[in-house]
Design a protein around this ligand. Structure first.
Ligand code: FAD
Length: 385
């Protein structure tokens, strides 16, 4: 338990939901090490998340979902990530994408209603596949080499996507492709059963191994005309609050590391000391540093989420704040895990302690969007515009 949790939660429903999330998170923590080691997707975790209604949290109420605000969504993300970062990041993509479609109205309403029905009643999972081997981060605006060609009322899609999180568990893939006839970039909805769709098990990474963010290969995949969901706008993209699921996840990992180090310090008493290391001033200073980083990151993130939820009219102006939250929280999380490992010492490197996994997982945050350099560019531009 992080002592400052209470400050962020005040209504009964939030507390109830967080209690369920806490129970799930503890179960996931028990499985995290093995899934990480084997690079295995946490199918059991997702079975339980579905049973508890956690894959419909952001579906609109009118379609049977929880209609969560951004703030409440982040509380859940942070809590699940305390147990297993890979599960939280995977869940965050699914719930975040649904939240984004809900709030941006960018899909045809009938299509969205149908997908919501399948999520609510069948526990279906969805994610966006935008990254390609040579495209780099889609946040930089490069055009996909994946192509879509219209043939009568059918789209024919060919391409190669990388970093497809939840690959073996997805029911729907939202694929970005350049439309051959117009040069525009479209988003296409492709069901997992589509002929020509194949997952290649390429995901063998340092961290976030259980997200199974494998490659997606599309060879002459045929989908109906209405599979085209939206066209990417030429102008500056709208700020996207849902992406804060990413920093929330890394903050949860940092919180787990901080709590582990504090518990360790209470018990560990080397021969050279008449008391546990928790009484060593330098250890206390390090804990204080971690807690200041935690407070800074959490209050900033939840405050921006609060503004997003309560002042929808100001969302268009919040791009810089959202990017700054990602930067501050992700980098603070990395510092906190580092500090936790310094407190624990050499044992933090050992596989039987979770810290070395936190250390590997938290690094992945640097490579989720937006990258730090894009945030600096954004803020620099704003300052001189
Ligand atoms: C755990 C994890 C899960 C992910 N899940 C998904 C997912 O589900 N779906 C998905 O689509 N993607 C996913 N991604 C991919 C992610 O969004 C990025 O696309 C991916 O990490 C590549 O980003 P990058 O910054 O390395 O790429 P790049 O943009 O190629 O950056 C690499 C380097 O090149 C430099 N660079 C490249 N282009 C430019 C430029 N134009 N100007 C200046 N500098 C440049 C960068 O500064 C950086 O130093 C995931 C990534 C991770 C780590």
């Amino acid at each position: 338990m992080f002592e400052y949790d209470d400050l962020l939660v005040n209504d009964h429903k939030q507390v109830q939901r967080l209690k369920i999330a806490d129970t799930l998170s503890k179960l996931f923590a028990e499985r995290a090490s093995q899934n990480d080691e084997e690079g295995r997707f946490p199918f059991e975790n997702f079975k339980e998340l579905k049973e508890e209604g956690f894959v419909k949290l952001t579906v609109p109420k009118k379609y049977g979902g929880g209609d969560l605000s951004l703030y409440d969504f982040l509380l859940i993300q942070e809590k699940i990530a305390e147990g297993d970062g890979a599960t939280a990041l995977s869940l965050g993509w699914h719930n975040g994408i649904v939240m984004n479609i809900r709030d941006s109205n960018k899909w045809d309403e009938q299509k969205f209603a149908q997908i919501c029905y399948e999520i609510v009643n069948e526990g279906k999972l969805i994610n966006s596949c935008a990254t390609e081997p040579t495209s780099g981060s889609p946040a930089r605006g490069g055009k996909p080499l994946t192509s879509a060609r219209k043939d009568g009322n059918v789209w024919i899609i060919n391409g190669h996507k990388t970093f497809t999180s939840l690959a073996p568990a997805l029911d729907y893939f939202i694929v970005t492709a350049t439309i051959e006839e117009t040069g525009e970039v479209g988003e296409f909805l492709i069901p997992k059963e589509a002929d020509g769709l194949r997952i290649e098990k390429t995901w063998n990474t340092l961290g976030m191994r259980a997200t199974r963010s494998d490659d997606l290969l599309l060879t002459k995949v045929k989908v109906q005309g209405d599979a085209l969901l939206s066209i990417r706008m030429q102008q500056k993209p709208e700020p996207q609050g849902w992406l804060l699921h990413i920093p929330a996840c890394y903050l949860g990992i940092a919180k787990a590391a901080r709590n582990y180090a504090v518990q360790f310090a209470k018990k560990y008493q080397p021969q050279s000391l008449p008391h546990p290391i928790s009484e060593v001033p330098e250890v206390r200073r390090k804990v204080a540093e971690m807690d200041i980083d935690m407070m800074k990151a959490r209050h900033f993130m939840y405050h921006v989420a609060y503004l997003w939820d309560h002042f929808p009219g100001k969302r268009k102006k919040m791009g810089e704040e959202l990017a700054a939250v990602k930067y501050v929280v992700t980098n603070s999380a990395i510092n906190i895990v580092d500090m936790a490992m310094r407190i624990v010492g050499g044992q933090s490197l050992m596989k039987e302690h979770p810290l070395e996994r936190y250390y590997r997982d938290v690094r992945a945050g640097l490579h989720n969007p937006p990258a730090d350099d894009l945030t600096f560019m954004k803020l620099g531009q704003k300052a001189f515009s």
